[in-house]
Design a protein around this ligand. Structure first.
Ligand code: FES
Length: 87
């Protein structure tokens, strides 16, 4: 597998083969991933799927950015972004 590009809140983000969505976003300088239901900013924290602070929405599903492999053509949005732009 080679790298590619996925969409993050409407912006193209390049990734290298084997990178997670979270790693690619961090590499692209994206620190803020969104807000949790209490309105607190979310971001990459533990990197191992334990904190749930990196949830993003892919295809309408919430996934951990730190654990989910980046794939070419994925549409990824902040967890708190309306699903309409996910399509
Ligand atoms: S950074 Fe903690 S679950 Fe992803």
């Amino acid at each position: 597998m080679t790298g590619g590009t996925f969409s993050w809140n409407g912006r193209d983000v390049a990734f290298r083969a084997g990178e997670s969505i979270g790693a690619a976003l961090a590499g692209a300088g994206v620190d803020a991933l969104g807000h949790d239901p209490a309105g607190r900013a979310t971001r990459w924290f533990c990197g191992i799927g334990a904190c749930q602070n990196c949830l993003v929405r892919v295809g309408g599903r919430l996934v951990e950015a730190c654990l989910t492999p980046a794939e070419d053509g994925l549409v990824v949005v902040s967890a708190d972004v309306a699903e309409e732009i996910d399509r």
